[in-house]
Write a new protein. Structure first.
Length: 247
């Protein structure tokens, strides 16, 4: 009887194993299928959200190109005939170049001389021209914009000349994109010096020109009108030289 009971127990145990495996298998399949479906739906939703949330690429910043890429040689920007008429007996007829470490961005030249007229005294003249070129940079603005900003600054400097008297500022038509002429007198070495300074802009280049003179040893002080005429003529040539240098 005991053997029968033992045998019956083994048979029941063996019979129960397949049932447990089937149940476990079904449970595993059901869980796997359910889990797979849930993960797929979540992944698709996440992908859609990611695609929707992706920021639109910002456009690359741009700036207007600079109009001019070169500067003229300053001492050749004003015709030798012109400089000779404005500064008779110049020490250096071809001009004296200003020191510059970067001639593509800044340059200058000057002429000065004393014309002895015997018993009528002597006439002193000085002519000076400077060029400044500004590149276009995204962080600073276009070359034209930068030149405009410095036009205002340089004009302010001339108008603030120490000791200047009878100061007057007028627009100078026909010189570049914009230009102003500042006239004034300054007492130096016991004489009245008459000045005409032209601040002009052409594109991204600033042109600063100064012409002045004085009479010595009894010579008359030069007329302001003639000094202005001389400065205007030289400034027009200097501005034209910028365009020529960039052809």
């Amino acid at each position: 009887m005991q053997r029968s009971a033992s045998r019956l127990t083994r048979i029941l145990a063996a019979a129960a194993v397949p049932v447990m495996l089937v149940v476990a298998g079904c449970s595993s399949d059901s869980g796997s299928g359910s889990g797979s479906g849930g993960a797929g739906d979540a992944g698709a939703a996440q992908g859609t959200a990611t695609a929707t949330a992706s920021p639109t690429p910002s456009p690359t910043p741009t700036v207007e190109p600079a109009k001019f890429s070169k500067l003229p040689l300053a001492c050749q920007a004003i015709a030798e005939k012109t400089s000779a008429s404005l500064v008779p007996k110049a020490k250096s007829p071809k001009g004296t170049a200003a020191a510059s470490t970067d001639l593509s961005h800044r340059g200058g030249c000057s002429w000065n001389g004393l014309e002895d007229k015997g018993v009528k005294g002597s006439q002193y003249r000085w002519l000076d021209v400077s060029f400044y070129r500004y590149d276009s940079e995204v962080s600073l603005g276009s070359g034209q914009q930068r030149a405009q900003e410095n036009f205002v600054k340089e004009l302010g400097k001339v108008q603030a000349t120490e000791g200047a008297k009878k100061l007057s500022t007028v627009s100078a038509a026909g010189i570049g994109d914009e230009a102003k002429t500042v006239t004034y007198t300054v007492k130096k070495t016991g004489e009245d010096f008459v000045y005409a300074s032209v601040v002009a802009r052409t594109g991204n280049v600033l042109v600063l020109l100064s012409y002045n003179g004085a009479g010595y040893a009894g010579a008359e002080t030069p007329e302001a009108k003639k000094i202005v005429e001389g400065a205007t003529k030289a400034a027009k040539e200097a501005v034209a030289a910028v365009a020529t240098a960039n052809k």
